[in-house]
Write a protein that binds this ligand. Sequence first.
Ligand SMILES: Nc1ncnc2c1ncn2[C@@H]1O[C@H](COP(=O)(O)OP(=O)(O)O)[C@@H](O)[C@H]1O
Ligand SMILES: [Mg+2]
Length: 354
Amino acid sequence: MAQKIALFNHKGGVSKTTTTFNLGWMLASKGKRVILVDADPQCNLTGMVLREETENDMNRIAKIYQTQSNLKTGLAPAFESQPKLIEPVDCIPVEGQDNLFLLPGHVGLAEYEVTLGIAQELSGSVQALRNIPGALNYLFEQTAQKFEADYILIDMSPSLGSINQNLLMISDFFIVPTTADFFSVMAIDSLAKVIPKWVAWANKASSLSILKEAIYAFPDVNLKFLGIIVQNFRIIRGKETQAFEKWITRIEEDVALKIAPAFKNQGIMLPDIAYQEAEVDKSFCLTKIANFNSLIALSQKHRTPVYDLTPEQLKQRGKVLTQNQKKQEEFRQVFSDLADKVIQLTSEAYAVSV
Ligand SMILES: Nc1ncnc2c1ncn2[C@@H]1O[C@H](COP(=O)(O)OP(=O)(O)O)[C@@H](O)[C@H]1O
Ligand SMILES: [Mg+2]
């Protein structure tokens, strides 16, 4: 069965979308079948994978949306009480990487936020809303089965709304991408408070018979924290922040002292041995990712991770090319190690509660 991994931080601009794409691509290149889900109504991931630059692109994308399903139309049977069952989404193969697929997002997904919020508050008592809290999970399971996926990577919006609450609670694992700055420290602190509340809610919801017996049953909580990823690409007043080390230390301390104990209390940590074997220390930092610098623009242009851009795509020669290829190899190693850690931490051996 596919493992659902959420990339979550309610702070924006911390490289959730970029990491979903780069990590998903790397997992796929290691032979895993991966579906990337764009669950952010801003649709940045969908825009990147489908290429939205010219008017022609827009027409092509409009056609895709008319003929193929996406996250919103996939959920419509539950959210709009249509007299039919939710069906698997027609995921789109990601160009350049076999085994990698996109479950496209939809700007209108935000319209379901309020309905889902009400359903999650009242679902235990209102029959008419019983099929809503389990709808996303059902849609993912159906789609994963159709595409024989090993992993579903969920790119989330920067919010603490009901869609994110649902997405996180139906996931098997989650990663918190973060940047080394003051606001990320604040974000980490609030996650340490919010996520345990969501888990408590989900445990209660999954035990209610009305939700268990729904067509789209709300699943038992199976969530486990994989760790954080620290990115260093924040530019402050034109200069890369000098305080990087200081904020990394603050973040790592907060994860060790606030997040990990709060998560452990709610049963969403893996057994200690799992992290040890994957060489993840008590700061739970899976990796630190440096600034991609000039490679990021090319990566977006060619819809290819920085580490897989070809010399033709780089369009460089001589020393510049050699320097960039060296950088690419470093990033390849970083993402390869990250993917190996994810594979190890999510392996069946640990997929049992502590
Ligand atoms: N390691 C990196 N180096 C340089 N730029 C990056 C890096 N990671 C992400 N970015 C850029 O930072 C911006 C925010 O990243 P994004 O992945 O969209 O974040 P989020 O999804 O968390 O909002 C994007 O313009 C992206 O291209
Ligand atoms: Mg994003």
